[in-house]
Design a protein around this ligand. Structure first.
Ligand SMILES: NC(=O)c1ccc[n+]([C@@H]2O[C@H](COP(=O)([O-])OP(=O)(O)OC[C@H]3O[C@@H](n4cnc5c(N)ncnc54)[C@H](O)[C@@H]3O)[C@@H](O)[C@H]2O)c1
Length: 420
């Protein structure tokens, strides 16, 4: 790997200038030793807007590039953040790897948003391409960097686990009222429904909590996966019509729905041979104030709990305040009246700031990030096993046969719980 570029400041190029790119850009206000210098987005307006945001926040003199290769080849760019939609992972990573292998680009690292791939095959291909190009790899799972999660883990293990024994149960949930762009709703493009989109967070966060501090996630060996999926809300004709309208007629939840509710129960064997359990719940049909991330970690003499909607800041608006719909109080906000929770700094509280700081420092020091593509592959394996279980209605012993080639029915456009 090359270390020719500045070792004290990292120039970052972002691929895909949409929703999550804006979150990353905002988080760099709290990240040292890096500048956002470029954005590539086939939608030139999106690229310009993301660059303008970076400049207005003072986090880098970002400019739009005409291609991934052109951005990667600029000597000022030392690492790339992949923030494009799930269905573009393969082509994006192939272009990055080709630019490096051909000698056009010299890069230290690549960081990729969740999920690493739409299935195990795609996730493994991402890892293989990063290895081929000798790139340090960061898997952008923000929730394992959220301050409540990292600080909670530290305290539980240092005080509770040290005296009473390790935790045995982690519960994680991510729930909101549905994604903001039509492609997320389309099983073939996104890779599934809410199980693929959000259980990736819950599984990894729970696995992180149950892993002893300082150990890598593979000390917990998956034993079995039991899961359930359904479409509880969005297949109702009234709501299917909303999705159809929002997508210009493309999304068809009467015939090609994706799951809007999914739960899983995962058993792992810990190093001392004991079974520890992860329980996750995810949904796109939770209409509360906004995005709700919750987590519990339970052990013999202690319990930890997190709920992002139990925010320290709450604001009340009377019925006389009839404001515009927005997401300025909390991500995936559903109302602007009554008593509303406000997440004061979402980039910090959801973990983006600490995540990006870790990735930047890892790349600058030439070390592999603690959260990397291997974890992204492991998450894809657990999620695909969950789809197998949900499709068969049975508990799946891990690893199940055919996991590497498995593509869920929902990702093939062939899932419909109403036509079972
Ligand atoms: N960590 C999180 O909590 C979180 C939250 C939201 C999204 N994400 C992930 O981030 C990724 C992007 O999601 P989003 O919400 O920003 O979507 P989005 O649709 O808002 O933005 C995606 C952007 O990528 C651009 N794009 C399309 N094809 C591209 C290509 N081939 N190369 C480069 N850019 C391309 C689009 O024009 C668009 O501007 C997804 O993989 C998603 O799963 C993660």
């Amino acid at each position: 790997m090359s270390h020719h570029k500045s070792k004290t400041n990292l120039g970052i190029g972002i691929i895909g200038g949409g929703f999550i790119a804006r979150f990353h850009i905002k988080s760099f206000v709290g990240v040292r030793d890096a500048d956002i210098l470029g954005v590539f987005d086939p939608d030139a307006k999106r690229a310009r807007e993301a660059c303008a945001l970076a400049k207005s926040l003072g986090v880098g003199e970002a400019k739009p590039y005409a291609s991934i290769t052109a951005m990667a080849a600029d000597p000022a760019i030392g690492a790339l953040w992949v923030c494009a939609p799930n269905f573009t992972r393969g082509e994006v990573m192939e272009e990055i790897a080709a630019a490096v292998v051909s000698g056009k680009a010299e890069l230290g690292g690549v960081a990729c948003e969740k999920p690493l791939g739409r299935n195990v095959g795609e996730a493994k291909k991402m890892l293989a391409l990063a290895e081929k190009a000798h790139l340090l790899d960061g898997y952008l799972e923000n929730q394992v960097f959220a301050p409540a999660v990292t600080r909670g883990k530290e305290i539980v293990w240092a005080r509770g686990a040290a005296i009473a024994g390790p935790p045995y149960l982690a519960r994680a949930a991510e729930e909101h009222s549905g994604p903001h762009m039509p492609w997320f709703w389309e099983g073939t493009l996104q890779g599934g429904g809410v199980l693929n989109d959000m259980m990736c967070h819950s599984v990894e966060e729970a696995r992180f909590m149950l892993t002893p501090p300082g150990e890598t996630r593979d000390v917990l060996i998956p034993v079995s996966v039991t899961a359930y999926t359904n479409c509880l809300k969005w297949q109702e004709p009234k709501y299917a019509a909303v999705l159809k309208k929002n997508s210009g007629g493309k999304t068809d939840y009467l015939n090609r729905p994706a799951e809007d509710f999914a739960r899983s129960l995962l058993e792992f064997k810990s190093r001392d041979g004991k079974i520890v359990v992860v329980e996750t719940t995810t949904s796109w049909c939770y209409v509360g104030a906004g995005l709700r991330l919750s987590m519990e970690l339970l052990g013999p003499e202690y319990a930890l709990q997190i709920n992002t909607l139990d925010a320290g800041l709450k604001i009340f608006f009377s019925r006389e305040v009839k404001g515009k719909a927005g997401e300025d109080l909390v991500e995936k906000q559903n109302a602007e009246i009554g008593l509303m929770p406000v997440v004061a700094d979402e980039a910090i509280e959801y973990g983006y700031t600490a995540e990006n700081r870790h990735m930047v420092q890892s790349f600058l020091h030439g070390v592999r990030p603690e959260e990397n593509f291997r974890d992204g592959v492991a998450v894809a394996e657990l999620l695909m096993a969950a789809y197998m279980s949900a499709e068969t209605g049975k508990t799946v012993a891990f690893p199940p046969k055919g996991l590497d080639d498995f593509i869920p029915a929902v990702a093939r456009g062939k899932w419909n719980p109403k036509k079972k």
